[in-house]
Ligand binder design. Structure first.
Ligand code: NDP
Length: 297
């Protein structure tokens, strides 16, 4: 391996420590405790794991965690009533509705019912619009985490060629907006892109957010490029169990890239750390207090 390993676990630990230190200061100087409410509808096993991890880390940084676990057949009106109650609760500064929702619920309607100031996932249409127009927004956690890793590595990103593979609303599109905000030259690729290998080969920065195990081979990567692998894919392992891999062929690409994130241990840990950072930011904004430097875009 010649590439520098981008240690998302270590960066996430550093970010959580900064958040925790600021939370202590808020409590001591302002008598405030940031509060994060997570709403989970149904019993999707992966979602339960994520919600558990979010709750634990929220408490570890000194914030208040509120979990609302609702049955899979919850009526939309009842879910909206829960969100209205959280919007009105001054103890709650951040609200996250765990996706995906059961199919009888309209995700757009539900997400857009969250007070945009408390929308710590950054999925509300107001925050999407603010980010897209370069204004102060709540920024989606995964792309924010990727941006922090890139800034730590490179300092300024201005003028770099960035290719984002994937155009989802939660990763690809906000990632492209953030990179444009950093004055990168940005290309968004997707399943209909013609000659994807040639497009990716132009990139100084590759963001892979597709959900296809190890689809990006070394031959697509410009020597020295920085590769951020957002993908989380579970595949069968030799011992009959399963293991996690990204969207990038890590072993081969790390021989040619300049820097690369591993899976697991790259972008994943940054996502929850950024959720905590967003909750702290939302709390500071709600109370008209100065935001800590460098916790958002
Ligand atoms: P989506 O399924 O919503 O989007 C996938 C995107 O990949 C689509 O835009 C799709 O194109 C594109 N795509 C699919 N096949 C190809 C192909 N052959 N060539 C080029 N592009 C292709 O996924 P998400 O954005 O939600 O997630 C992407 C990955 O990131 C998943 O593995 C997910 O688990 C992971 N993830 C990780 C997080 C973390 O914390 N690390 C957080 C969120 C997601 P089209 O639009 O044309 O269909």
């Amino acid at each position: 391996m010649t590439a520098t390993l981008i240690d998302g676990k270590a960066s996430a630990a550093t970010l959580r420590a900064r958040v925790a230190a600021h939370v202590t200061r808020l409590r001591e100087e302002n008598g405030l405790t940031p509060g994060l409410a997570v709403v989970l509808v149904g019993e999707d096993p992966a979602s339960q794991v994520y919600v558990g991890a979010k709750g634990r880390q929220t408490v570890e940084v000194g914030m208040a965690s509120f979990e609302h676990r609702l049955p899979a057949d919850t009526a939309e009106a009842d879910l909206l009533a829960t969100i209205r109650a959280l919007n009105a609760d001054p103890k709650i500064h951040g609200i996250l509705v765990q996706l995906p929702l059961p199919s009888h619920l309209d995700s757009d309607l539900v997400i857009n019912a969250i007070d945009p100031a408390k929308d710590v996932d950054g999925f509300h249409i107001s925050n999407v619009g603010l980010l897209g127009t370069g204004q102060k927004a709540m920024v989606p956690c995964t792309p924010l985490g990727c941006l922090m890793l890139l800034r730590d590595l490179h300092g300024t990103l201005a003028g770099m060629e960035a290719v984002v593979i994937g155009r989802s609303n939660i990763v690809g599109k906000p990632m492209a907006s953030l990179l444009l905000g950093e004055s990168c030259t940005v290309t968004i690729a997707h399943s209909r892109t013609r000659d994807l290998p040639a497009v990716v080969r132009r990139a100084d920065i590759v963001i892979a957010a597709v959900g296809r195990p190890e689809m990006v081979p070394a031959s697509w990567i410009k020597p020295g490029a920085t590769v951020i692998d957002v993908g989380i894919n579970r595949i069968p392992a030799a011992d009959g169990k399963t293991r996690l891999v990204g969207d990038v062929d890590f072993a081969a690409v790390s021989a040619i890239a300049g820097a690369i994130t591993p899976v697991p241990g790259g972008v994943g840990p940054m996502t929850i750390a950024c959720l905590l950072a967003n909750t702290l930011t939302a709390c500071c904004r709600a109370h008209g207090l100065a935001e800590p430097e460098g916790l958002t875009a």
